[in-house]
Design a protein around this ligand. Structure first.
Ligand SMILES: [Fe+2]
Length: 386
């Protein structure tokens, strides 16, 4: 849960007349999750945000599942995907269920339009690249390793300063937050949490655009994109305050935990959503008992599907993965370290692994688009070769 934030100018009280210096009023807008009871912010616009000139359907984004239903562990080499044009319109779906979806996108161009996701919160992991996330609520510079949390309904546009850009996108039906067990009864992250509010970056600058003309906004709703043309620049917010805004957290700011013997993945939890959790596996020393087996023990993740995105080609318990690999270890089949990895870890002092894990509580479906980059022999990769 982010903390209260105020940027730009706001009136002394909510819902009172807010006069412009040259005459006239600013126009208030509430952006709130779950209507009027969830986290929200109050924005003050130069123009009414409702002034739409035209509307048209732009693109359908169907989620089509793989129809080959042989149940097995899966591995997708996303580095083999060709680049796409747009970070918002050309995401490649990989895995999905009713709660959450995982896409990959390697955009080559900046969008000419502004974008709003009206069906889900977005958690964007910047695997490569850098730039500025421009939003209605201010600018958020981003860099490699950032998680960008963009609650639904917030209008944004990416600007890139470092190419290539490569992002893992997690779209969530529910609200994405810091894990509740890390927060005290007042909402503050506790001393025992693996990061603090100081590590969470919020918009610090709020450029104001007072411009008339045709400005395109693309809204994602029910897996289709619709374009609205406004008669003014939508980033005309002179001030806002509240708890609802985009924020960033760099994976390098996650303080990993190690134990005398191996600690389980929830130790690495970074975010929670409805029906899933996200964990960060970061470079860290190995467990410190001389007899400790540093790599994870075999496990049957009952009632959970485990997905790993490898942001490095190194992962202590795996072999045969590469940068950009995505593995799916579903509920119903045990998984564990690859042959030789337990022995190889003995005597080692640390791991340089970097990976993002998505654990879902409902079964994930594999998209048709993921099939072209699948490693078909992955499910056999635990068999020891003579
Ligand atoms: Fe696992």
């Amino acid at each position: 849960m982010p903390i209260y934030q105020q940027l730009g100018k706001v009136p002394a009280k909510r819902h009172i007349a807010f006069e412009k210096d040259g005459g006239g009023l600013y126009y208030e807008e509430l952006i709130g999750n779950k209507g009027f009871v969830g986290p929200s912010s109050l924005l003050y616009h130069i123009q009414h945000p409702t002034q739409v000139r035209s509307v048209r359907l732009v693109k359908e984004l169907p989620w089509e599942a793989d129809q080959e239903h042989t149940f097995r562990h899966r591995h997708f080499r996303t580095a083999q995907l060709p680049s796409q044009r747009s970070i918002t319109a050309d995401r490649v779906p990989l895995l999905f269920n009713a709660d959450v979806a995982m896409d990959i996108v390697q955009p080559t161009q900046e969008d000419e339009y502004f974008y709003r996701n009206a069906q889900g919160d977005e958690l964007i992991f910047v695997s490569d690249g850098g730039g500025v996330l421009e939003t209605q609520l201010g600018e958020l510079p981003f860099r490699k390793g950032d998680y960008l949390v963009i609650p639904r309904g917030i209008l944004y546009r990416f600007r890139f300063t470092q190419q290539p850009v490569r992002c893992l996108v997690i779209e969530s039906r529910g609200y994405i937050a810091t894990p509740k067990r890390y927060r005290n009864e007042h909402g503050q992250l506790m001393e025992s949490a693996p990061y603090s509010e100081r590590d969470l970056r919020r918009p610090q600058t709020l450029p104001v655009h007072d411009e008339k003309g045709d400005f395109r906004i693309v809204v994602k709703k029910e897996n289709r994109l619709t374009e609205f043309v406004l008669d003014h620049h939508p980033f005309d917010v002179v001030g806002w305050d509240g708890y609802y805004y985009p924020w960033a957290f760099n994976i390098a700011d996650f303080e990993p935990r190690v134990g005398r013997v191996h600690l389980p993945p929830p130790t690495h939890q970074t975010f929670e959503g409805e029906g899933f959790v996200v964990c960060s596996f970061c470079p860290r020393p190995y467990d410190f008992d001389p007899r400790a087996v540093a790599v994870p023990y075999n496990h049957s993740n009952v009632m959970s599907d485990e997905v790993l995105y490898y942001a490095s080609s190194e992962f202590m318990s795996r072999k045969g993965i590469e940068y950009g690999s995505v593995t799916l270890h579903p509920d119903g089949i045990p998984h564990g370290p690859h042959p030789g990895r337990v022995e190889a870890a003995r005597g080692q002092t640390h791991t340089d692994e970097l990976a993002v894990m998505l654990d879902t509580f409902r079964t994930l479906k594999v998209s048709k688009q993921a099939l072209g980059i699948e490693d078909p022999a992955y499910f056999q990769s635990w068999v020891e070769q003579p």
